[in-house]
Write a protein that binds this ligand. Structure first.
Ligand SMILES: [Cu+2]
Length: 72
């Protein structure tokens, strides 16, 4: 398992948390999703082989959110 911090654009309200939680949570290989609305970040605990970074980004894009790995 790997932890990836994503910077996600356009998260503005509590329903965004639910959308993002379900978009990522439905992927096989995602174990935990932690949305920080104020920071605009999402911490994802995931299996890097069954749910690699591009799969996370694609799932978020399908849900209407652009994202990228958070700059350290
Ligand atoms: Cu919202």
């Amino acid at each position: 398992m790997k932890e990836t911090l994503l910077q996600v654009d356009g998260m503005s309200c509590p329903s965004c948390i639910r959308h993002i939680d379900s978009a990522l949570g439905q992927l096989a290989g995602v174990e935990k999703v932690e949305v920080k609305l104020r920071e605009g970040t999402v911490l994802v605990r995931h299996d890097a082989s069954s749910a690699p970074l591009p799969a996370l980004v694609d799932a978020l894009r399908d849900a209407g959110y652009e994202s990228r790995p958070h700059a350290a």
